[in-house]
Structure formats: C-alpha cells, structure tokens
Design a protein around this ligand. Sequence first.
Ligand code: ZN
Length: 324
Amino acid sequence: MSFVEKWLQIIRNCSFDNTYKASWAKAITELAVEFKDDGSTERVEISLKSIAEKVLRFYFEQTIFFNLQQSSNPNKPPVILSIVQNLIKYYQQKTGSQKPVKWYKSNIENICPLELKKAIRDTVRALKTDVSYRFIRIEGKDVEGIYEYEQKEDSLFMSKDNLIALKENSLIVFDAINYRWVQMLEQFNHSPRLSKKVRIIDDEQIRRKPLGKFSTYLDSENPDHLCFLCREKIEYETPAVDHVIPWSYLYADDIWNLVYAHQTCNSSKSNVIPSEELIAKLEARNVQLLEQLRSKSIRDKHYAELEMAIDNNLVRKFWISCQG
Ligand SMILES: [Zn+2]
C-alpha cells in the first residue's frame, strides 16, 4: 500500500469521539504542501508546535464563525476547544468586537501575544497526550511507515518522499479529511451546511454577499421601512438587511429569513437566538410577503424559496434546531 493510501485509510478510520485526528491530519497535510525540498535531508523534522499552530487556527475559525461543537458532550468540550474558546474570549475582550474574523486577518499575534503563546503550548501538550501517537493506530495496531514519533517528544519525523507524495495528492487528501470532519460534526451539531462551514478554513476569506438585491422584495411588503426589531420607522439611513435566524447558524442568505432593521438594532443583536415572538412575527411577515409577490406576479427563484419555506415550516424548524 502506498503512503497516501495508508494516510487516507487512517483518515477514514478516525474515531468519532472528537475531531482531533482530523485536525492533526489536516495540519500535517498543510505542512507537506508548504514543504520546500532543498535537497539537504531525506528525513524531515516536523515540530508539534508547527502542527499546534495550524490546529489552533482550524478550531479558532470554526468556533468564532459558527460555534461548532467538536465532541459529543457540549458541557465537557475537548481540551483544545476550551483553549480556543478562552483565546477567542480574550481576543474579543481586547478588540471590543464580537465580529467573527479569519485567523490571518485577526492580528492575534500582536493583540494577545502572551495568550497565543500559552495557547500554542497547551495545545502541544494536548496533542502529545491525545493525538500524536494515537493517530497512526487503527484497531489497536500501528500503521507502519507513516511517521516516526516517540511518545511525549516535541517533533516527529517523516521521510521526504512521503511528504512530497502527500503534497502531490493534497487535493484528494484535503477532501477526504474535510469529508470525515463533516461526518463527525454531523453527530455533534444540528447546524445546516456543515460541509461549507468546514471548507471556509481553506478559503482566503469569507465573502458575505451583498444583500441589496433583496430590497425589491422587502420593499414590496415593507414600503415604509419599519424596523423589524424595534418597529420604528427607519429614516435618514439605509436600512440594514438583517438575518433573523443568525447568519452564523444558517450560513446562507434566504429571503424568508431577511428583514429590514436599523443599522444599530441590527448590529446589537448579531448571533443572538431570536425570541419566539420574533419568530412568529417573521412567519406572519413571510405569508404577507408571499401574497405581495403573488399580487405583483413575481414568480422567480426567491418566490419559490419563500413558498417552500412556508410550506415546510423552515423558520420554526431552523429556530428550534439553532437552540441546540
Ligand atoms: Zn430598529
């Protein structure tokens, strides 16, 4: 069996307790992609610190954007997730903003350097305890020829040829890892579009699409621009298009979840689960909106989505499931 086949076999056999092994495999594969062969060695040293930095980044983004659970027990998260949650808490206090941000844009190494260093150290320790030597074990037996590692050491060693094989096959390998990661998350999270949420790590940035195109629809039901949240008229400013069920949960822009709000009302409630009153109000709004569109003979994709959402009670279903 080739090295890559073995690597994929390990990924397919990752246990479902938590997502550590997926993050570990992804970090090492990224390091393989970054590896530059200067011809100096056949045996490449990979520090656990370099792995930990990547693992932290994966969990940081999945947590700050989507608050995904990484194991079955939400009250006792895996150690690394607790480390990340504390780091995020500290970072958000320092910046005074709850707004999700990609790792590379966070400037975290300058905003909380000491906390980051500590988080890396603690993550290395957790990787040593729980992942490094267990990763290559399938059903109690070590898969040979993956890497050399002595328990509790600070580095592992891989052959250059294997690293290059991993690099050359990285697209397939990343797909396999992401797929496995999503499978695991499905056990611990009710949240929709998990595969998209896992994949965001690989994109440079998260593009939140402009919502202006929805104005025509929202205007037809709400021509006076009343704020959905405080009910006052929105004047002297462009109405914000607000996701009633948080964007971080749905990770999509659907007409049945979008309303007008004051800029300030909108930003003060981000990521908060809406009240039942608000949900009932949205359901009523959707029925009104559908009638408006029907009366104007608008029968496009958004009309169809709105009708489908009403027929299938999507607002209420997603509202219930986003409460965990
Ligand atoms: Zn308002």
